[in-house]
Each structure stands twice: as C-alpha cells, then as structure tokens.
Design a protein around this ligand. Structure first.
Ligand SMILES: [Zn+2]
Length: 179
C-alpha cells in the first residue's frame, strides 16, 4: 500500500495532532492572545485557511451584510450573495486560502465588480468551498504563483462549507485516537 491515497491517510494523524495541540494551547491561554484559528473543509477536515488571512472585501452587490460571526475570537464580516439561479451564499473573504482554482476565470455575473471569478474547491476532497477572484483585466488563466503573489486577488469562501477548529476538535480528537 504505497499509493498516493495511503500516504495521504498516513499524514492525517500528524495534521490532526497539530490541530489538537493548537486547540489545546488556545484553550489554555483563553484565546485573545494571538492564537490563530484554522478553518477546515467541512467535508474532509482539510486546513483551508487561517484567520490571519481574513481580509474584508466589501461588495456593493451583496444583498446583506452581518458581523456577528467570530473566527479566532475576532468578529468577521459575512456577506450574502445570490447567483443567477437564485441560490444564496454567505461568504467570508480571505487574502488567500488553500483551494484549487478552476481557471479560466469568468467575468460574467461577478459579485465583485472589476474582478473575474473561478470556482474554488477543496484540494483534498474537491468539494466546492467558494470562489477565487482576480482582476478582470488579467488573462483568464494565470498560474497559482501569479494568483498568490498579487495583492489584487482574494478568495470568498462559503461559511456553511467551513468548520472552525474549535467546533472540529471534538470530531478530530477521536479520529486521531482511532488511527
Ligand atoms: Zn475537503
């Protein structure tokens, strides 16, 4: 069993252990002392983003806006959008996140005027986590390095598809013990 799948499985306990230690440290120092909070893919537990990467990008196309959600002990701004099919999504914006982007980018129906979008998926389980945005004047397809290296790009993640590590800890610890 030395295929890619088994090595991924083999890595999981290490990752879960790291998350567990982080959760433990954060609870020991009662948060608010600079502990970063991890956001995980709700489907598979993959670490998608840290709260330190949060960056609010306001859009005039948002249907509504609220800031009653906390990530890493800090209030974050959540915007509600509707797609052309009438489906609504609450999203939080990040400077960057560990997501797969499905280029080419599309300039139509963008929730952030002046930006083109790509679907952003979990690199492990491929579940859609949100959308990545890049300047509309850019080539439709760019490299990951170009995307990550720019200050003009960001990622909007569907809050419902994420799990905060403090919620996840009760799920993660038994998983680590089982392996
Ligand atoms: Zn996933």
């Amino acid at each position: 069993m030395s295929n890619g799948k088994s090595s991924l499985v083999g890595m999981a306990p290490v990752k879960f252990h790291v998350v567990f230690v982080t959760v433990l440290l954060c609870s020991v120092i009662q948060l608010g002392f600079g502990c970063s909070d991890l956001l995980l893919c709700r489907s598979c537990g993959h670490e998608v983003a840290e709260d330190t990467e949060l960056r609010f990008v306001p859009s005039r196309l948002a249907l509504s806006y609220r800031n009653d959600t906390k990530i890493g002990g800090k209030r974050v701004s959540v915007q509600l959008f509707e797609n052309p099919e009438g489906l609504r999504f609450e999203v939080v914006t990040f400077r960057r996140a560990d997501v797969l982007k499905h280029w080419p980018a599309d300039v139509h129906f963008s929730w952030f005027p002046g930006h083109a979008w790509t679907v952003a998926a979990c690199p492990r389980c491929r579940a859609q986590l949100g959308w990545a945005f890049q300047p509309a004047h850019w080539p439709r397809t760019v490299t990951r390095e170009e995307f990550e290296g720019s200050e003009e790009t960001f990622v909007a993640l569907i809050i419902e598809n994420l799990l905060q590590e403090d919620f996840a800890s009760s799920l993660i610890i038994p998983k680590g013990l089982r392996s």
